[in-house]
Design a protein around this ligand. Structure first.
Ligand code: CA2
Length: 143
């Protein structure tokens, strides 16, 4: 069975609890349940992690390279700052789909640059929780 690592970056555990006007009412638990149900239907195994720590995310990507066939990632704030996560994704050689709940290009200028997008297979953003589901379905097709 093919295996995908799903990574939620910093503060995404607050989803549904703060800033609903930007990120909606959905919780991370609800998103994860739906991702699991999509994966089950497509007969793919998912491991899902959330971390507020850049080094932990780097370690998870590095370990994934021999055990997983793809990465679905919302790097959250690290999208705009993390050379380390980008380098780990490149080194892993794993096809990566980057997702965002919000349309980062319609927000503050500092969010309008992703260090991850140039090394991702593709990016889905601006569709709320649907960005994750579209991203997972597309990644499953790729691997
Ligand atoms: O739109 C996205 O998915 C983001 O990756 C979300 C990040 C943000 O830094 C990126 O620019 C775009 C923020 C994730 C934190 O989510 C929260 C959810 C509820 C309350 C507070 C933060």
């Amino acid at each position: 069975m093919k295996k995908i690592l799903v990574i939620h970056g910093p503060n995404l555990s607050l989803l549904g609890k703060r800033e609903p006007q930007i990120y909606g009412m959905v919780t991370l638990k609800q998103i994860n349940a739906k991702l699991k149900s999509i994966a089950k239907k497509k007969k793919v195994s998912l491991t899902i992690i959330q971390s507020n720590h850049e080094g932990e995310i780097v370690d998870a990507i590095t370990k994934a390279s021999s055990r997983y066939q793809g990465v679905l990632i919302n790097p959250a704030a690290y999208t705009h700052t993390s050379v380390a996560i980008r380098d780990a994704l490149v080194a892993s050689g794993l096809p990566t789909v980057e997702v965002h709940l919000s349309n980062i290009y319609s927000r503050e200028e500092f969010r309008q640059k992703s260090l991850i997008s140039p090394v991702a297979k593709g990016v889905i953003l601006g569709f709320g929780q649907q960005s994750y589901y579209l991203g997972l379905e597309t990644l499953i097709e790729i691997i």
